[in-house]
Design a protein. Structure first.
Length: 317
């Protein structure tokens, strides 16, 4: 049985996973979506078992699938910036929507055939559902920092007055967190909230952990070392960020596994903030995490674990 890997062939995660699958005796077929939008032929016929691209294959011969969800023609992907610059933005949005519809439908076809798809199509937008994520965590009594999603200036002022330090972040995936300053609470600046809601979250002192979870087990853990309050801020500033293996307490492991279960993830990364006193706070989960750098630079074997899962759980018709 073949294992289909959908994503940009030049992405480190795709390359590592393809190599790991071959090492474990798998037969990976990489569908390189960087060929589209463009003239490369593509065909999915509801009456046929064939999916036609440069990598033509029969749907019935596929045992498992890995789809790099963020690559599936999302208009916010920086790789499409030139397309939006060069043509009518509305036309570009429609083009990407059509390709996205085809490939997400392909993932659903596989799932309907009983083929394991990582991540499942229903979780492809999990990072864009942070309010829902945190709601699931709260309902399971997981340790979540005080958080509010709002476009209401009065709510922001009240929230900030109740906490010594507050961060603001996108509701969806994207930019790094920033500390709310007195200048940010100026009425004129807060009025800008009407353009879009923002996530406000009580600051948690400590260090950033990323815990990789697969099929109910922890398969990797890293810790970011930087001088900034967030490794994302340090990275943006061009400051040194070191990624090192992390040792986890049983409590952190339990939180990570519970977070993945709460959001329906078979594979993903759980971002946790570990306090100096040993406590921790759950920030979010990522359904298609980066793991190439962690494998190459911090002694992790996430790609091997994922390849083993895809080969051992492959659907047999």
């Amino acid at each position: 049985m073949s294992i289909v890997v959908i994503g940009r062939a030049g992405l480190g995660e795709i390359q590592l996973l393809e190599a790991a699958l071959r090492d474990q005796g798998g037969d990976p077929i990489v569908v390189d979506i960087s060929e589209w939008p463009g003239g490369a032929p593509i065909r999915l016929d509801p009456a046929s078992d064939e999916f036609v691209t440069d990598a033509q294959f029969s749907l019935d011969d596929v045992g498992s699938v890995y789809a790099h969800a963020p690559s599936l023609f999302r208009p916010t992907d920086i790789c499409f910036k030139k397309q939006f610059d060069d043509q009518n933005p509305y036309s570009a949005l429609i083009q990407l929507k059509e390709y996205r519809s085809l490939f997400e439908s392909l993932c659903r076809v596989f799932e309907s055939n009983g083929v394991p798809v990582i991540p499942s199509e229903s979780t492809h937008y999990l990072q864009e559902r942070k309010p829902w994520q945190l709601r699931q965590f709260e309902q399971r009594d997981l340790p979540v920092p005080d958080t509010v999603f709002t476009n209401d200036p009065s709510v922001v002022r009240e929230f900030c007055s109740a906490h010594e330090r507050v961060l603001f972040k996108p509701v969806s995936r994207g930019a790094e967190p920033n500390v709310v300053t007195e200048a940010d609470l100026d009425p004129e600046k807060l009025a800008n909230l009407e353009t879009a809601p923002v996530q406000f979250q009580a600051f948690v002192p400590g260090e950033d952990l990323r815990v990789y979870v697969l099929d109910g087990a922890v398969v990797g853990a890293t810790r970011y070392e930087s001088e900034a309050y967030s490794f994302k801020v340090a990275d943006r500033r061009g400051e040194e960020v070191e990624l090192v293996p992390a040792t986890l307490s049983s409590e952190v492991r339990e939180t990570a596994l519970a977070a993945a279960d709460a959001t329906g993830l078979t594979f993903g990364a759980v971002d946790i903030r570990r306090r100096p006193d040993g406590g921790h706070a759950l920030l979010e989960v990522n359904q298609t995490p980066a793991f190439a750098y962690a494998d190459a630079n911090s002694g992790q074997s996430v790609s091997d674990a994922l390849a083993k899962y895809l080969t051992t759980t492959a659907h047999q018709p």
